[in-house]
Design a binder for this molecule. Structure first.
Ligand SMILES: *Cc1c(COP(=O)(O)O)cnc(C)c1O
Length: 387
């Protein structure tokens, strides 16, 4: 693919940082992980950051730390990567979805409120809600937080797309309106550690629980132990945890990448602006941006106005792919996945999400994308739409 939909940017400084870590005393559980955690916490203005081996693992541990288990409900957006919902199933909980807002494509607070009112009557209120900041644009967190206060559920922000973005002029990840925020550092995301993720929180107890579960449920901290230590070698397993640790190599890469985070997001905005101008007269919807947020612009999703086009989305997708342009679709509604059908979901359950899915295409967007590449995408799109 000559122009992928997303791509990491690796500099010589990144390579040097990883080689330094490789030549150091620790490949894992050395000093780089806490350095990286501290740097993220400072950037986001959050008390605690726990680096984890992926956002998927971070979502799993966050759900466990909040006590999610069998009999509980977790709600999220149908327009997300499957990991946003699977974390509930890992804990033995039941999963349901809240339809999206037709403009932002994020979980709609009005639909949420309607669903909460019905759930309260049937005694099936969710324990956890996972709003997803799709494409890097923050959800309406104030409205969601107000509903959380009223109905008593916890909030995990899935900010896998959104590090470097802002909500009400404050960094996404500060957990002002949530219990925990999760980032992903997969290579297509805003900054990368190869595989990797993080959970952020201002709650020290939650942070300790996530850190414990990240490493087998084992503690070396005498204060956490439930029995007297036998001696200085002693560790205790006090819970059933996992090996979800990030390595020092990954953290070294992340720390180096973090230095360019603001620059990346600025460049993503500049490219998005160019798309906006060049596509202004095309029969499609460009990404709507709510004034409360500053998107990290992980994705630039256009929505074909199906009724105004003589060609359909699949045709456009195929024409662009034929020209080596790595368009993609984010996302197939989770409730329509075969695995989720066993829970009784069906087509028509979340009409806004399904209608979005039928019209959406993600155009290439990444910091090192050139103006020429962007122009090539626009010309190919014009041809594909037969304009
Ligand atoms: C990428 C992504 C994840 C999973 O991230 P990993 O780090 O690959 O586990 C979860 N949620 C969303 C919205 C994502 O885009």
């Amino acid at each position: 693919m000559t122009i992928p939909y997303g791509r990491q940017d690796i500099t010589q400084a990144d390579v040097d940082a990883v080689i330094d870590a490789l030549n150091s005393d620790f490949l894992t559980q050395g000093p780089m992980v806490p350095h990286f955690e501290k740097a993220i916490a400072e950037y986001c203005n959050t008390k605690h950051t726990i680096a984890i081996n992926s956002a998927t693992s971070a979502l799993h541990l966050s759900c466990l730390a909040l006590g999610l288990g069998p009999g509980d409900w977790l709600w999220t957006s149908p327009i997300s990567f499957v990991a946003s919902a699977n974390c509930g199933l890992y804990c033995g909980a039941k999963v349901d979805f809240v339809d999206i807002d037709p403009h932002t494509y994020n979980l709609c607070p009005k639909s949420l409120e309607r669903k909460l009112i019905a759930a309260e009557q049937s005694g099936q209120l969710p324990k956890i809600l996972i709003p997803v900041h799709l494409c890097g644009q923050p959800c309406d967190m104030q409205a969601i937080h107000t509903l959380a206060q009223k109905y008593g559920f916890k909030i995990i922000e899935d900010a896998s797309h959104a590090i470097g973005g802002k909500y009400l002029n404050a960094p996404i990840g500060n957990c002002r309106y949530s219990d925990i925020t999760v980032f992903s550092f997969h290579p297509v995301k805003i900054i990368t550690t190869a595989e990797g993720g993080a959970a952020l929180t201002n709650d020290t107890e939650l942070a300790n629980r996530i850190a414990l579960l990240r490493s087998h449920g084992i503690t070396r901290n005498a204060e956490q132990m439930t029995q007297e230590p036998d001696g200085p070698w002693y560790y205790q397993q006090i819970d059933l945890g996992y090996n979800y640790r990030m390595t020092d190599l990954q953290a070294a890469l992340g720390l180096s990448q973090l230095k360019r985070l603001d620059h990346y997001v600025t460049r993503r905005h500049a490219l998005a602006e160019q798309y906006n101008e060049l596509l202004a007269d095309f029969p499609l919807t460009i990404p709507y941006q709510h004034s409360d947020g500053y998107s990290a612009y992980h994705l630039y999703v256009i929505r074909l106005q199906q009724e105004k086009n003589i060609v359909n989305r699949k045709h456009v997708f195929e024409k662009l792919r034929e020209q080596d342009i790595g368009v993609n679709i984010h996302y197939i509604p989770i409730h329509t996945q075969p695995y989720y059908q066993r829970f009784g979901f069906k087509q028509g359950d979340f009409p806004q999400a399904e209608s979005y899915y039928n019209e959406a295409i993600s155009l290439p967007l990444y910091p090192k994308m050139t103006d020429e590449q962007l122009n090539k995408v626009v010309v190919a799109l014009q041809e594909a739409l037969q304009l």
